[in-house]
Each structure stands twice: as structure tokens, then as C-alpha cells.
Ligand binder design. Structure first.
Ligand SMILES: [Fe+2]
Ligand SMILES: [Fe+2]
Length: 288
């Protein structure tokens, strides 16, 4: 786990993106981590990919409310975005959730959002969906460029969640947007990659932030059902697993004046440690 200097410089903003939150176990971990992110990590902008939060696929209003109550500022989603019908109203009304910008024009949801931090600092957040092993959508690279073209140059801090399967596509997105955005952080595979870096133009990059949920699983789902279904071709239900709950996240320190990423690091936190911190049972645990 890479912990940053604390606190960040006054002219930098520390932003956290929590990787795909899976089911109730993942929500529990994300909710518990909110306070730690703010108080100990000194993060001022908390983002999460919540595409799997409702039973492993989709999001409902109570999930959204719990994340907001836990201190999160904005949510991204992904290929499971519309799996729960309640999501449509949520996406139509909430100002701090985005849909992939390369969905068909007119799809429910916003193609980007601008969050206010410290009252005067704007953080633009984008989402795009990959096309390898995923539903056919518009070109994510051209769509992201179009989105950025619509954004005021006054908004310096720009975070992109590229929700995609292929690491090569994610590297293409990072290089394409290097210098135009503060960070390109991948989600969707549920497996964190060890390639966090700052690209030459000042863009923080990581192929995948990883999963927040039960790690004794196959990307969050019950192992036996996934294995049996794979061996028999039977369409068995994939319930969310329960054991070894961890949170995966990536933090970036971004210059408020220029939007350039100064530092980037990965976090892996276990639920028992987070809940001990919340309960104050072991002061000092998880302190930086
Ligand atoms: Fe996904
Ligand atoms: Fe996911």
C-alpha cells in the first residue's frame, strides 16, 4: 500500500477513486472508508465506481444515499449502469453521477459532472466504456475527446474513469489524453494493476483500480457457482460472495492551478481494520 505525504500541499487537491463496489460487502467497506479517507488520508474529493453495488449489478437509490452519507462526492458506473430500473430516475435527477459518454446520444444520465470542492475548485469527472468483450458502443477515444472539447479551460482538474476490459485500450486512453486530464484511472476488471504512474504530460494513470468487495470470490461472485456454470454451461445465479472483504482505491494529488498530477498511489484496505478505525477500538490503527 502506498501512503502519500500527509497532508498534501495546500495548492494541491487529493482525490480518491474507489474501485468497483460489489454488493453489500463492498458498500460496507466503502461506507466505512469514507471517514478514514477524509480524516486520515486528508482527501477532499471522494469518487467511487458503483456499478456493482446493488446485488452485484447496478445501483439503487438507497445505495446512492449511503455513499453520499459516507462522504462521497460523486459516482461513476459502467456496463451494469441500467441493470436496476430504479437507476433511471436516479441518473435523471442526481447531479453527481455520470454515465459513459460514449453511450448512444440521449441515453439516461449525464456525460460528465463538475463537482465543487473548497467552494471554488471545480473537478470534472468523466466516464467512458471500452469495446473489447463489452457491448457495442461509440468509440470511447473520440467520445472522450469530444467531451473534453465542450469543457471550459477554466476547469483544470479532470478525472476520467475508463471502464474497460483491455489493458492495451486503457494505455491508449492514457496516452491520448495525457496533458489534457489530471488522471485516467481504469475500472471494470475488478483486479488492481500495479502500473500506477504519471505520464509525461502530467496525467496520472493506472490500468485498473481494482475491486471493493469480497476477495474470496471470482471477481466478487460466489466461486462454486461460477466454476460450475463454466464447466456445465448452466446459467446458474452468481450471488455476491461474502468473505475477505477489502477496499481497493487509488489516490492522486493534483495541482489546483494546472490540473497536473503530482503523485499517485494504490490503496488496499481490509474491512476489519476499517471498522476498528471507525469504532475507535484501536486508536492508531490505519493512521498514516
Ligand atoms: Fe463493468
Ligand atoms: Fe464492475
Amino acid at each position: 500500500m502506498q501512503l502519500p505525504p500527509n497532508p498534501p500541499e495546500q495548492d494541491h487537491l487529493r482525490i480518491v477513486l474507489v474501485g468497483d463496489i460489489v454488493g453489500k460487502p463492498g458498500l460496507r467497506a466503502a461506507a466505512a472508508a469514507g471517514m478514514w479517507f477524509r480524516r486520515e488520508l486528508k482527501a477532499e474529493c471522494l469518487l467511487a465506481n458503483a456499478e456493482n453495488v446493488a446485488d452485484g449489478a447496478g445501483i439503487r437509490a438507497p445505495d446512492y444515499r449511503r455513499l453520499m452519507q459516507s462522504g462521497f462526492h460523486g459516482l461513476t458506473l459502467g456496463d451494469h449502469i441500467y441493470k436496476k430500473k430504479e437507476a433511471l430516475e436516479l441518473l435523471a435527477t442526481a447531479t453527481n453521477i455520470v454515465r459513459p459518454c460514449n453511450f448512444p446520444p440521449g441515453s439516461v444520465g449525464k456525460t460528465h459532472m463538475i463537482l465543487k470542492v473548497r467552494e471554488t475548485v471545480s473537478v470534472a469527472v468523466f466516464s467512458a466504456l471500452g469495446r473489447v468483450f463489452m457491448r457495442p458502443v461509440d468509440c470511447p477515444f473520440l467520445a472522450m475527446q469530444r467531451e473534453l472539447d465542450t469543457l471550459s479551460s477554466d476547469v483544470k482538474i479532470r478525472i476520467v474513469d475508463f471502464h474497460a476490459e483491455a489493458t492495451s485500450d486503457k494505455q491508449v486512453m492514457g496516452r491520448l489524453l495525457d496533458g489534457r486530464v489530471s488522471a485516467v484511472l481504469g475500472t471494470h476488471t475488478h483486479v488492481a494493476t500495479a502500473d500506477e504512474q504519471i505520464l509525461p504530460g502530467g496525467t496520472g494513470f493506472q490500468c485498473d483500480v481494482g475491486m471493493t468487495g469480497p476477495f474470496e470470490s471470482i471477481i466478487g461472485r460466489n466461486i462454486e457457482a461460477v466454476v460450475e456454470s463454466t464447466l456445465t454451461a448452466l446459467p446458474l445465479p452468481y450471488h455476491v460472495a461474502k468473505e475477505d472483504i477489502r477496499l481497493s482505491a487509488t489516490w492522486v494529488d493534483v495541482s489546483i492551478a494546472t490540473g497536473r498530477c503530482q503523485r499517485i498511489g494504490r490503496l488496499s484496505l481490509r474491512l476489519p481494520e476499517l471498522e476498528e478505525y471507525i469504532a475507535g477500538m484501536t486508536p492508531g490503527t490505519l493512521r498514516l
